[in-house]
Design a protein around this ligand. Sequence first.
Ligand code: PMP
Length: 340
Amino acid sequence: MAICDDVTAAIGNTPLIRLRRASEQTGCTILGKAEFLNPGQSVKDRAALSILRDALDRKAIEPGGTVVEGTAGNTGIGIATVANAMGIRSIIVIPETQSREKKEMLRLLGAELVEVPAVPYANPNNYIKVSERIAARLAVSDPHGAVWANQFDNVANREAHVRTTGPEIWTQTDGKVDGFICAVGTGGTLAGVAAALRQRNADVQIGIADPPGAALYSYYTSGILESSGTSITEGIGQGRITRNLEGLATDAAFRISDEEAVRTAFDLLEHEGLCVGLSSGVNVAGAVRLARQLGPGHVIVTILADYGTRYASRLFNPEFLRSKDLPVPAWLERPDRIDP
Ligand code: PMP
């Protein structure tokens, strides 16, 4: 029967969409995996499901227990969605700087939110470390168990993509995929898809698209973790080699500026009807760069990571864009002109 038993069965199996402009510009076939079509509207539903299933399988929690996570938002939305379907309570620790829309979404899903100042990972009050402490505290008192999802270093995250995203891409392209590229938050998507595709064809070219302020472009080109600049992207931009990234080798690395990412995201919306967040702009801009490096005729896949409404007050807000010296698309400022 074509019926999902519950919402978790509706996660994954997302379509691959041909990105016409990017393909025309490069003579390649550039395809975007429409992860915004997951129930929580982002790629992170896959990791959330895999992490919670693993915790249940290990008997670290049972229904009625609690999951705690530090997240820029999308993982929290995925966790709250999956946890609700599994009868698990969710507590989400989020840096204050994340978009209002993501916080509202988490609250309306019933997650308990803990907002903390955005401080570096080395600081004990960093959101990730706060979430670990809360989970440890609750693990002692919650009779049904409490787990720290730990998306950065819990390889159940990467496994989700080894088991699902990568094989889906392989099947959807009939194995005719020459390259895969995306940006990194935890690295689960990039490392997981890379492993799955390389198992099937060792020659698949793997690229990383890195925003300013992240250290991975430098790491994968020179071996040194070094960063400069800042970015308005959310959910990506890593400064260390997470456990999910361990063992990953890349064939290409590109630094994508906010301006390039914003222009790409607005192009996707205006010309292809794809309303996506800025990490998808980074990903598609990266796919264009990889296509140029490989030359015409190749098939390159990337990730359309989440839905754009999540960023209405930022990426789609002319005042915000101007304050960051970023381009404002004409339609965002056009007054309503048509009489009723
Ligand atoms: N894009 C967005 C919008 C995200 O929220 C995330 C995850 N934080 C990513 C990309 C990166 O995915 P991953 O954690 O698998 O590297």
